[in-house]
Every structure is written in structure tokens, then in C-alpha cells.
Write a protein that binds this ligand. Structure first.
Ligand code: AMP
Length: 357
């Protein structure tokens, strides 16, 4: 992990009025560049293999400049070009996933958010220690496959984003599907409706919904992921019949749909998010900026959180011009613009070091 003192020394060399916001050209980059541009920042796209021609179709989301690298080694060796432009990176899920969380942690370019969160997010065990430690329910873990007594979700340890997950109804079903060479985690399948809630914690803002540290918790928007093929599988009937013809359910994210939560569930949603923020300060110095609680609500109106994402999620993309929640705080504002506003205000108040690491 890059020492904070090194990042602070780099920030000392920056002109706070000439900051460039950069991110990897993928995921939520159109929203990040659009938001940064709205707040008056210069924008820089970083790319390795991704095509960038699609930006030509969206002039307001196109970065002012693009740097194309041969690979991540090349990107790591050319950090001086970023220092020259006073770059602050906004990490998104794909940035950290493609680069690898350890490598991202070592990448010595000022990055929005707290890098310490990477250790807690990248391991399923640590994530559970954090979320359950905060008093938020998660899907129950089943340690012995022989004791599967209800539908379960099996997640291989290397698997991400729903790829490589499978559902089993009992031990036999588990045995038939499992790859014995892989390590896995078995958890109860949470039946209910999914809500991916996009929160934002601002430790520099002291009004609104307050957390223990005194900062302000906001709800910016909410989505539900479109997952192929599970979302449409029901059209073909019984899952067991489909397995006979080699068709297995999968959970690969292909897009996002806007949703709102029944209003009477909002207090529970805020309570969970508040606990998770408070616990982050207790465990590793805090999580600020955007984060997403990925939850299921059952028919008794109880939540379970199956995952937390600790930076901007692609589910915020439907809300480039606001959302039913953001419009009650900052009309028309996206999460991308909210991060840019955070950086702008911190730069103005000489507090960049408090939100960049
Ligand atoms: P994840 O990689 O944990 O974000 O999970 C990918 C997708 O799998 C989620 O978006 C859900 O649709 C589904 N999922 C994950 N865990 C569970 C669970 N315990 N119960 C039901 N569905 C789940």
C-alpha cells in the first residue's frame, strides 16, 4: 500500500486550482467525466485495451484527453505524466478489478477515497467481519455441503460479479455442479427482491443525516442489476429440466434498471448504511465517498446485505441527471458530479488530504 505520507507529498506539489480528474475508460467513466466537467475540472481518460471510440458518440461524457498505455506496467511507469497534470484518480469497480486490488493499492497516484478499504472489501471473510460486526445481517454461511437444507448460492473464491456462481437445492445438486479443484463459499440463497443502494458519505459536511463521526450520509440513487441469464430463465420453465440440456443459471451483469424502495423501508436502509460507515472508522480509518449496499428484502420486510462495493458502482449510471433521491438533496446531480463537488470543495478549503489517499 502506498504510504499516505507519499500521497500527501505529491498533493503538496499540486496546484489545487488546476486539478485533473482521471479514471479508466470503462464502467462509469462517462458519468465521472460528465460530472467532473460540470464542476469545471479537466478530465483525462486512461486506457489499455478498451476502445474509446464510443466517447465520440457522447461529447458531454468524453474526456478532454486520453492516454493509451500498453499495459498496467506501462501505466505504473508513467506516473510523472499524471503528476504534471495534477491528477486525482477516481477509482471505479472495473479499475480496481482489472488492475488488481493489491496493485491498485500500490499505485502511487492520488486517489479519491480511502485505500485502506481495499483490504476489507477484497476478502469475503473481512467483508463479513466488517458488515456483520456493524450489526447488519448477511446471508448465512453453510460450512458443510452435506448440511445443505435449503436453496444455496455457491460462490467460488476467485469468482466475481456473479460469474462462476451456481445454485444448489441440496447436497446432490451441489455434488453434481461443484468443481472440486476450486475453493468455494456456500451461502443461503436469499429469496426476495434486490435493491442496490447507492449511498454517499461526506465527512466534511456536517448537516443532513449525521453519522457518529459527524459527517453526512446521503442516498443518491438505487438500481437493480440485470443479470444474464437468471433474470430471463423462468421463461423456459423448470431449472432442472434446463440443466438436462446444459443450460445453467448465471448471474453475469449486463445492465442496470432504476428502482426506488418502499418509503417505509428507508429508515432501515439508512440504519444499515450508518452502521457500516461507523464501523469503517472503527476498523480502518473510515470509508467516504460513494458506496453501495447490495441487499435483498424478503416478504417479512427484512434486509440481508450480500455485498458491499466501496466506490462508485455502475448501477449509478441511469442517474446522470439526478434521481428521485438525489433530486431531494442536489437536484439533477449524479454520483459522478457529487464526487467532483467533494473534491472541489475540499480543494477550496485546503482539505484534499482528508479525502484523497
Ligand atoms: P455478488 O458478486 O455477491 O454481487 O453477487 C452477484 C449476484 O448474485 C447478485 O447481484 C445477486 O443477484 C446474486 N446473489 C449473490 N448472493 C446471493 C444470495 N446470497 N442470495 C441470492 N442471490 C444472491
Amino acid at each position: 500500500m502506498v504510504p499516505k505520507s507519499k500521497i500527501d507529498a505529491i498533493l503538496d506539489g499540486y496546484d489545487p486550482e488546476e486539478i485533473t480528474i482521471a479514471t479508466l475508460c470503462s464502467h462509469s467513466s462517462l458519468q465521472i467525466f460528465h460530472g467532473a466537467r460540470k464542476l469545471g475540472f479537466k478530465t483525462l481518460g486512461l486506457t489499455i485495451t478498451h476502445s474509446t471510440k464510443y466517447y465520440d458518440a457522447f461529447p458531454l461524457g468524453k474526456p478532454d484527453e486520453i492516454i493509451k498505455y500498453k499495459d498496467f506496467d506501462d501505466m505504473e511507469s508513467r506516473v510523472d505524466e499524471l503528476y504534471d497534470r495534477n491528477v486525482i484518480i477516481i477509482p471505479h469497480g472495473s479499475f480496481v478489478e482489472y488492475m488488481g486490488s493489491e496493485r491498485f493499492g500500490d499505485y502511487p497516484v492520488p486517489s479519491y477515497g480511502n485505500r485502506e478499504v481495499l483490504n476489507w472489501e477484497s476478502s469475503r471473510e473481512k467483508q463479513r467481519e466488517w458488515i456483520e460486526g456493524a450489526g447488519v445481517s448477511m446471508p448465512e454461511i453453510i460450512t458443510d455441503p452435506k448440511s445443505i437444507d435449503r436453496p444455496v448460492m455457491v460462490k467460488y473464491n476467485g469468482a466475481k460479479g456473479g460469474k462462476g456462481y451456481f445454485i444448489a437445492m441440496d447436497y446432490n445438486g451441489f455434488k453434481l455442479a461443484v468443481d472440486p479443484d476450486e475453493s468455494y463459499n456456500i451461502q443461503e440463497y436469499c429469496m426476495g427482491t434486490r435493491y442496490y443502494m447507492h449511498f454517499f458519505y461526506d465527512p466534511l459536511k456536517h448537516d443532513g443525516y449525521k453519522c457518529a463521526e459527524g459527517g453526512s450520509l446521503e442516498l443518491m440513487s438505487m438500481d437493480r442489476r440485470d443479470e444474464s441469464n437468471i433474470d430471463e430463465l423462468y421463461k423456459l420453465g423448470n431449472i432442472d429440466d434446463l440443466k438436462k440440456v446444459g443450460m445453467y443459471p448465471s448471474f453475469v451483469v449486463t445492465g442496470n434498471t432504476p428502482v426506488v424502495l418502499r418509503e417505509s423501508l428507508l429508515p432501515k436502509a439508512f440504519d444499515m448504511a450508518e452502521r457500516v460507515v461507523d464501523k469503517s472508522y472503527e476498523l480502518f480509518g473510515g470509508m467516504w465517498g460513494p458506496f453501495c449496499l447490495e441487499t435483498v428484502v424478503n416478504d417479512k420486510l427484512q434486509f440481508k446485505a450480500f455485498e458491499i462495493s466501496t466506490r462508485i458502482v455502475a448501477g449509478t449510471n441511469p442517474f446522470i441527471s439526478g434521481s428521485p433521491y438525489a433530486d431531494l438533496i442536489y437536484p439533477g446531480m449524479s454520483t459522478g458530479a457529487r464526487m467532483a463537488m467533494h473534491i472541489k470543495e475540499a480543494a477550496k478549503e485546503g482539505k484534499l488530504k482528508e479525502i484523497v489517499s
